[in-house]
Structure formats: structure tokens, C-alpha cells
Design a protein around this ligand. Structure first.
Ligand code: F3S
Length: 284
């Protein structure tokens, strides 16, 4: 059996940085302050469980945040709305901002563009925390476009200029396609491809591997948007594509002795999980 693991599989720069920031806080917390993360630090249950066991509490809403009178709040890799940052400041809590710099860059873009009077379009998944965060920095004139239907339905006064940005982990081909639909509507549009490089590389490599293997395994958290995209991309190339969170989800009966197997993983999948899957597939 031949097994190939994507070189780009696993923690991206932003996820690695965010996780490291949490462990740094745990280690250096000599004042014994309570540590919170606003939302799960990354979309990986194993990592979140580990930091919870080390005393970190995950909060999930503004209401919960408002209840906190003292402590350290770590903003996750996906970022948060401006309101969240403002509340942390108003309540004089300690802020540790682990928002990925590529996401922060989008906050800066949408703030500048809305000041120029533009309507902001974010291509992405409206329920994803990153997209909700970007929306929170975009002012009142903002639309989220997740699919073809949204793009076709999009309508605005013709004299309103539009700026299009994307969720960092969006599928690049889908982004291009949605931009194409909106461009045909005749608005004054500027398009900023804010899909991050790590995502570009990961998707391109996954596509290439999936196109030549018999079985493709995509590893990542259930709620990880970038893993879901990877799965879609791989499934398009290879019918036998399986989405697993850990080795326990892998049904080895789908793999034959002489199968050519490809493995990739989302940006928030720790290396030990990838290695465990790799070792077991090889042994099998
Ligand atoms: Fe940042 Fe890109 Fe990772 S935006 S969190 S480096 S997928």
C-alpha cells in the first residue's frame, strides 16, 4: 500500500500562534488570574479539552463576557467582533489577542473601505465566527454571500460602490465564481482576495493528491470550516473520500491492501492525530 501525506496538512501559522498563546498564558499566570477564551481557541475538540483540563474556561457569548469582572480573555484565532474587544476594554479585563494577523488585516480593510462609503460583501459561511467577526468590523452596510443563490439575489442601488472580501478559508474557486456573478451586475466593485496563503496551498495540494489516489482521508474537527472545504474539494476528485476527526472514526474496511491512500488535514488538526492516522493506515 502506498500512502502519501500532504505537506501542508495540520496547524497553520495562525492556529499554531493562537494555541501557543494559550499555553504561554497558562504557564506565566503567576497572579493566578482566571483565563478565558472567547469561543473555542481553535476548531479542534482534543486541543480545547486539553486546555480546559489546565483550567481555561471557554465562553461563548457577549452575555457571558459581561459577567466577568476580572481575568484574562484570549481572543481565538478566528477573531471576534469589535463589540467584544470594546467590552473587554470597558471592563478592564486583560486582553490577549490571538486573532490571526491575516484575519486582522481583513478588519483593517473593511473599516477603511466602509469609511470610503463602500458596501462590504463577505464571501463565506455566515454562521462561522470568523465571518461574524468581520461583519462586526464592517459597519452597517454589509452582506454575506455564501453560495450561488445569495450572489444571484444580491441587489443594491447602482451608485453604491462595493468592496468584496472573503473568509480566509473559503474555497478559492467558489470565491472566483461568486465574484464573477456579482461583477456582472454592473456595480463599481473592488475585489480583495483575502483567502490566506496557507488555505490556497492546502486546497491546491489536497486537490492534486485526491486526483491520483484510490482513497482520500481528510482529518479535522467537525466544526472546522477549512476541513469541510478540503473534504468538498477532495470528494470532487476522489469518490472514496472520508472525513474523520480522529483515528477512531476511520473505517479501515474501506481501504484495500493495494490501495493508494492520500491523507490531508485541516488547519486546526494537531500533528499527533495526523501521525496516528498515518501510522495505522500504513500498518494496515
Ligand atoms: Fe490564519 Fe490562514 Fe490559519 S487566516 S488561522 S493562517 S488558515
Amino acid at each position: 500500500m502506498k500512502v502519501v501525506v500532504a505537506e501542508s496538512a495540520g496547524f497553520c501559522f495562525g492556529v499554531k500562534r493562537a494555541v501557543e498563546k494559550v499555553y504561554e498564558q497558562i504557564q506565566n499566570n503567576t497572579a493566578h488570574k482566571k483565563i478565558y477564551t472567547y469561543g473555542p481557541i481553535i476548531h479542534n475538540e482534543q486541543v480545547v479539552k486539553d486546555i480546559e483540563e489546565k483550567g481555561v474556561t471557554v465562553i461563548n457569548s457577549i452575555d457571558e463576557l459581561k459577567e466577568i469582572k476580572d481575568g484574562i480573555i484570549i481572543i481565538r484565532a478566528h477573531g471576534a467582533t469589535k463589540e467584544v474587544f470594546d467590552i473587554i476594554q470597558q471592563q478592564q479585563l486583560t486582553l490577549v489577542d490571538a486573532t490571526c494577523p491575516f484575519v486582522k488585516k481583513i478588519y483593517q480593510i473593511v473599516q477603511e473601505e466602509q469609511k470610503k462609503g463602500k458596501h462590504i460583501i463577505i464571501t463565506g459561511d455566515a454562521s462561522h465566527p470568523e465571518v461574524q467577526g468581520i461583519r462586526g468590523w464592517s459597519g452597517d452596510e454589509v452582506t454575506i454571500i455564501g453560495d450561488e443563490k445569495d450572489a444571484l439575489q444580491f441587489a443594491l442601488r447602482k451608485d453604491k460602490p462595493v468592496c468584496i472580501v472573503s473568509q480566509t478559508t473559503f474555497n478559492y474557486n467558489k470565491f472566483k465564481y461568486l465574484v464573477e456573478i456579482i461583477s456582472k451586475k454592473g456595480y463599481d466593485i473592488n475585489v480583495l482576495d483575502t483567502i490566506c496563503n496557507a488555505t490556497h496551498q492546502r486546497q491546491a495540494e489536497a486537490k492534486k493528491i485526491a486526483s491520483k489516489v484510490d482513497v482520500m482521508i481528510v482529518i479535522g474537527g467537525r466544526h472546522s470550516s477549512n476541513t469541510q472545504k478540503l473534504y468538498e474539494i477532495c470528494k470532487n476528485e476522489c469518490n472514496n473520500t472520508y472525513y474523520i476527526q480522529t483515528l477512531d472514526d476511520l473505517d479501515l474496511s474501506n481501504i484495500k491492501e493495494d490501495s493508494y491512500v492520500g491523507i490531508t488535514a485541516g488547519a486546526s488538526t494537531p500533528n499527533n492525530i495526523i501521525e496516528e492516522v498515518h501510522t495505522n493506515v500504513r500498518k494496515f
